[in-house]
Write a protein that binds this ligand. Structure first.
Ligand SMILES: O=C(O)C1=C[C@@H](OP(=O)(O)O)[C@@H](O)[C@H](O)C1
Ligand SMILES: C=C(OP(=O)(O)O)C(=O)O
Length: 439
């Protein structure tokens, strides 16, 4: 198996420009494609990674004009919400931000579409979204297991008059995002009722913010209902910049905290629309020194009084429902803290790229930590000074497992990461950027 060994490093410092946000790139590419017919949107600073390639390839197959005009910039021509190709087979890889919104949009295209992905995608739930879409007439036939891809969408049969549906929010917020983004295609007033507790709420704020940038304002009643009026239609903002990826920022911010810093990331900051910028607050709770500008975040560690080479973070207890992706980075940073760290309300970890609660517990133990794995929480107690082990970390085809465990390079034993190329899902150049910061 391919692997990368990171030798023990004593510090991490430097300045990096973040790659574009996965969540924003995929939303904006789709919204640009749904904008008024013939309008061109120049989308700048798009992330170059597997998940975005899945969206770009799907739009291309669907007959949308998407032209790369510079390394990270694309011109997308609006279709008025009506894709030219009405019959397509679409490979969705393992990209939640591609398959979920596209399912809702394609269910309303008056066409026939076969959606499928990698084997893990076929284990990731989508039933709550399909159930919601069926309430407004979507025609969906599962081709494997009910509630999971693969499936075939056929032309919807819409009921008359104003529409409403109920959607469950407790497995993934991407289902609500998908229905919100597709709603203007109905050209009827749609009211969405959210049942059960909605998780990962900040991602809904990203969705609403970007829909507004494309001219669609959603009326909301807190987190319980959302209404999109009949006259809503996407219009192109002509040009839009994708922020840096706040989840990718978390690895570097943690490195700065553990490796002394100063470590500055540019691309996200006070004006970010991504919830994962709040990872910086969690690091602050652990004792790191954090500064933020509009478009940058800088972190320094707190040095141990007796040993200036050691940073001294402290364990925390935190409800991480609002930062499900960056929370994984806290679990890895917890290896270096004084005392235990308990991360709660993270049941969704089990249905992502892998069962992340189980994978995280297994790999943290290999390094020497004591770990308690609950149904929806994890408690990490760091190894004692002599209990650190150099481990070969399995990554379960999960980019975040690989990136999180790279923090262990700052221990006295270093770390080996198996199958490091899995970072291609969101950050293909991660290990090169990392090496430039470690000393
Ligand atoms: O909407 C989005 O862009 C995302 C929502 C989150 O998923 P859940 O809502 O399933 O927690 C997050 O984990 C994922 O990486 C991206
Ligand atoms: C959960 C993730 O991805 P997806 O968009 O496929 O849900 C992730 O990137 O951590």
């Amino acid at each position: 198996m391919e692997h990368i060994t990171l030798n023990p490093a004593t510090s991490a410092r430097g300045d990096i420009k973040l790659p574009g946000s996965k969540s924003i790139s995929n939303r904006v590419l789709l919204l640009a494609a749904l904008s008024a017919k013939g309008e061109t949107t120049r989308v700048r600073d798009v992330l170059d990674s597997d998940d975005i390639r899945v969206m770009l390839a799907a739009l291309n197959t669907l007959g949308v004009s998407v032209t790369q005009v510079a390394e990270h910039d694309y011109d997308v021509i609006g279709t008025g919400g009506d894709f030219p190709n009405k019959d397509a087979d679409l490979f969705m890889g393992n990209a939640g931000t591609a398959i979920r919104p596209l399912t809702a949009v394609l269910a309303l295209q008056n066409g026939t579409y076969h959606l499928h992905g990698v084997p893990r995608m076929h284990e990731r739930p989508i039933g709550d979204l399909i159930d919601a879409l069926r309430q407004i007439g979507a025609q969906v036939e599962y081709k494997g297991n009910d509630g999971f891809p693969p499936f075939v969408l056929s032309p919807a049969v819409l009921p008359d008059g104003d529409l409403s549906l109920s959607i469950k929010g407790n497995v993934s917020s991407q289902f609500l995002t998908a229905v919100l983004m597709a709603a203007p295609l109905l050209k009827r007033t749609l009211t969405i009722h959210v049942v059960d507790e909605l998780i990962s709420k900040p991602y809904i704020e990203i969705t609403l913010n970007l829909m507004a940038r494309f001219g669609v304002n959603v009326t909301r009643n807190g987190w319980s209902s959302f209404t999109i009026e009949a006259g809503a239609a996407y219009t192109s903002p002509k040009e839009i910049y994708v922020e840096g990826d706040a989840s990718s920022a978390s690895y570097f911010l943690a490195l700065g905290a553990l490796g002394g810093g100063p470590l500055r990331v540019t691309g996200v900051g006070l004006s970010s629309i991504q919830g994962d910028v709040r990872f910086a607050n969690a690091l602050q709770m652990m004792g790191a020194n954090v500064m933020m500008g509009e478009n940058w975040i800088e972190v320094r560690g707190i040095h141990h009084e007796d040993d200036p080479d050691e940073t001294q973070l402290k364990g925390i207890e935190l409800d991480c429902n609002h930062i499900p992706d960056a929370a994984m980075t806290l679990a890895a940073a917890a290896l270096f803290a004084k005392g235990s760290t308990k991360l709660t309300n993270i049941a969704s970890w089990r249905v992502k790229e892998t069962d992340r609660l189980s994978a995280m517990a297994t790999e943290l133990r290999k390094v020497g930590a004591t770990v308690e794995e609950g149904a929806d929480y994890i408690v990490v107690t760091p190894p004692t000074k002599d209990a650190w082990q150099h481990a070969a970390i399995d990554t379960y085809d999960d980019h975040r497992m690989a990136m999180c465990f790279s923090l262990v390079a700052l221990s006295k034993v270093g770390v080996t990461i198996n199958d490091p190329k899995c970072v291609g899902k969101t950050f293909p150049t991660y290990f090169e950027v990392l090496q430039s910061l470690l000393k």
